[in-house]
Design a protein around this ligand. Structure first.
Ligand code: SF4
Ligand code: FE
Length: 463
């Protein structure tokens, strides 16, 4: 059955996850002021699925069980499904102005589903059965799943087995009759601490000598041996100061963590790849392709918020009628909708894999992501142009609330009549948040390197 947002939060609260931040263990990540906004973003994937007006985008009928499931746990069965996925992501980007994290699991689901099918066909293994069993469990309980691909990679010129530290790529360190023991780490893990389960996949295509590194599996996030070290975000500690205004987006955010697998046991029925090196590349290519498609949805939704905020800032400055401001808003919209065109195009041009799961057009998905490495930067540049310098020089909320300083700020930082200085400062803080605060992690640098750095897309384009 579908979970409500509240049930989701309580289900994560019950898990015994090992989370570290600022040199300390976080006792209750769910209630931590720095981490909580990221949980709220995932929660939105549950809340919207409850609303009748969003059900077409947010849910799907499971072909296996005939039950209503959250689209984030669905295997795409048509180009229509692929298009709806992108539209759902744009909607969630608009609602949160942040990364809502649940897509990595959805993209891993679809990549692992089709890859295990083809692996079994060649080797007579049972990975696809294992995966389908896991998938049905996730659908039934409406779980959030992290998709963990990126290994730290050490010396980029060397293969996994050639690295000075053999753990720098995640690997199998022990094979037992009942399962395997793995060791390694996955970097930049988006939303990992807000996930019930994690699907681990290899990070590059492998040669036979890298057999121990060609491994894919799923385990619950509170499995013994797993721990997370939270990544700092620009301006993160503003969230601990108690000012809603100064954080720009007080309710929503994203989160990433270095996730360590310190000799973690994986039972046989949770293994989806174990030494079949020739299928590592397929899993990587498909996951990356789906996630490059994803950015043609989520980044566009966040872009919608930024364009809207810039337009509001222009209104508040009294500059909305200036022709150059109008033209900058048009340019931002043009760039944002171009990204959306790419997300929709690679979906509409999708095709079925042997398993029946639909894959996007990989060339178009890579073109989509390559544009995402550029356009959000230009959209941010134009937003800063329109916003003006006050987005980085405005005093704090504490000064604004001060009996002596407040009226002075009120007087001198006022824009057009009829708009409060407070509202003007709030919209500028939202732009700051997206341009260079906590949300810039997702909107800027993740647009560059998430789902693969620019050169990875150029390699695919060349192919
Ligand atoms: Fe989803 Fe976008 Fe966040 Fe990736 S960056 S998890 S696609 S919202
Ligand atoms: Fe991402």
């Amino acid at each position: 059955a579908l979970m409500t947002g509240e049930q989701y939060i309580e289900s994560i609260r019950k898990m015994n996850m090992q989370v570290y931040m600022f040199g300390k263990k976080v006792d209750c990540p769910v209630d931590d002021p720095i981490l909580r906004p990221s949980l709220n973003s995932v929660r939105m994937t549950y809340d919207l699925a409850q609303m009748p007006e969003y059900q077409d985008l947010m849910t799907a009928i499971s072909p296996e069980t005939g039950k209503v499931i959250n689209r984030f746990t669905h295997i795409h069965r048509s180009t229509g499904d692929l298009v709806k996925k992108v539209k759902m992501q744009r909607l969630l980007g608009q609602k949160t102005a942040a990364c809502f994290q649940r897509c990595v699991g959805m993209d891993a689901f679809n990549a692992v589903y089709s890859t295990t099918y083809e692996t079994d066909k060649k080797y007579g293994t049972h990975y696809h059965d294992n995966f389908v069993k896991f998938m049905l469990y996730v659908q039934e309980h409406d779980l959030t799943v992290d998709g963990a691909m990126t290994d730290p990679k050490g010396d980029r010129s060397k293969a996994p087995h050639e690295q000075a530290d053999p753990d720098i790529f995640l690997r199998v360190v022990e094979r037992r009759p009942d399962g395997i023991v793995v060791r390694g780490a996955k970097a930049h893990q988006t939303g990992v601490l807000n996930s019930h389960e994690v699907i681990v996949m290899p990070t590059i295509s492998m040669k036979p000598k890298d057999k121990d590194y060609a491994v894919s599996f799923a385990v619950p996030m509170d499995t013994p041996g797993i721990y997370m070290i939270i990544g700092r975000q620009s301006c993160d500690t503003r969230k601990t100061e108690g000012s809603e205004m100064d954080v720009g987006n007080a309710e929503f955010g994203g989160v990433e963590a270095l996730t360590v697998f310190d000799d973690v046991f994986v039972p046989n029925d949770r293994i989806f790849q174990n030494g079949e090196t020739e299928f590592s590349g397929m899993m990587v290519e498909r996951f990356a392709g789906y996630h490059r498609q994803s950015y043609g949805g989520c980044k566009v939704g966040v872009g919608d918020v930024l364009i809207g905020a810039a337009a509001v800032a222009a209104d508040y400055n009294g500059a909305a009628k200036a022709s150059h401001v109008k033209d900058k808003l048009i340019e931002m919209t043009h760039l944002n909708e171009t990204l959306y065109c790419c997300g929709i195009a690679c979906s509409a041009e999708g095709h079925p894999t042997e398993s029946g799961a639909y894959l996007i057009d990989l060339l178009l998905a890579n073109v989509c992501k390559q544009n995402v490495t550029r356009f959000p930067y230009e959209i941010v540049r134009l937003a800063e142009d329109i916003a003006g310098g006050l987005m980085v020089t405005a005093p704090s909320e504490a000064d604004f609330r001060d009996p002596k300083l407040g009226p002075v700020i009120e007087k001198y930082l006022k824009g057009v009549n009829g708009v409060s200085t407070e509202n003007r400062l709030r919209i500028l803080r939202l732009i700051e948040n997206l341009a260079l605060g906590t949300a810039a992690v997702g909107y800027r640098t993740e647009s560059m390197h998430g789902a693969g750095s620019p050169q990875a897309q150029r390699i695919m384009t060349a192919r």
